[in-house]
Design a protein. Structure first.
Length: 198
């Protein structure tokens, strides 16, 4: 671990790894913009930074006219303590505060992970006849999420990640590189878990 953290601090390892985890494509006209959940702070009843960044990207795409519909996630009760608000309720309230006429919303209900979100998105695809969707998540999550969604949907999936607000992807400071390393480790473990459960 000491060698890993040393490499993260003194080499471009983290920036390279984050680049491998990111899939970014140019947006195009689509049937829906799917904004994946990024967590919330229950005690403060606020979205986490990742959720806020993803919503901002989704709203930017909607306002630009790429799609009329935003798809948000509601976390499973298993993920949060009793009384914790739903992430989609917090994000919906923000949209209603920002816009007189907010976007049409569809909700992925009681999701526990990205695979859940992909399966439920496939059900919405069947109901609404989607041909193309824009998938919004954090950069480091984007390649894995796009793979999962493409395995479930027949529609074309374009990965259009949000900005990373938590740290600099280029690793400008030691703090950025250490936070980035933790994100890389999380993504590697998530992929290993998915492979083990196949």
């Amino acid at each position: 671990m000491a060698l890993l953290y040393g490499a993260a601090l003194f080499t471009p390892l983290v920036s390279w790894a984050l680049d491998q985890l990111t899939e970014a494509q140019a947006p195009a006209a689509a049937d829906a913009i799917i904004v994946l959940g990024g967590g919330l702070n229950c005690a403060e009843a606020t979205p986490k930074v990742a959720s806020a960044a993803r919503l901002a990207r989704g709203v930017d795409l909607w306002r630009t006219g790429y799609a009329d519909t935003l798809v948000l996630s509601a976390q499973s009760d298993a993920l949060t303590p009793a009384g914790c608000p739903r992430l989609n309720d917090l994000l919906s309230k923000q949209l209603n505060d920002w816009f007189d006429t907010p976007p049409e919303l569809l909700i992925l209900q009681n999701v526990t992970d990205t695979a859940d979100e992909a399966r439920q998105a496939a059900e919405l695809e069947d109901q609404h006849g989607w041909q193309r969707v824009l998938l919004v998540t954090s950069p480091s999550h984007s390649a894995r999420a796009a793979d999962l969604f493409r395995s479930q949907l027949d529609a074309e999936v374009l990965s259009v990640p949000a900005e990373e607000w938590r740290f600099s992807l280029s690793g400008e400071t030691a703090y950025d590189r250490l936070v980035g390393l933790n994100v890389v480790i999380y993504e590697v473990l998530s992929r290993a878990k998915a492979w083990a459960l196949r």
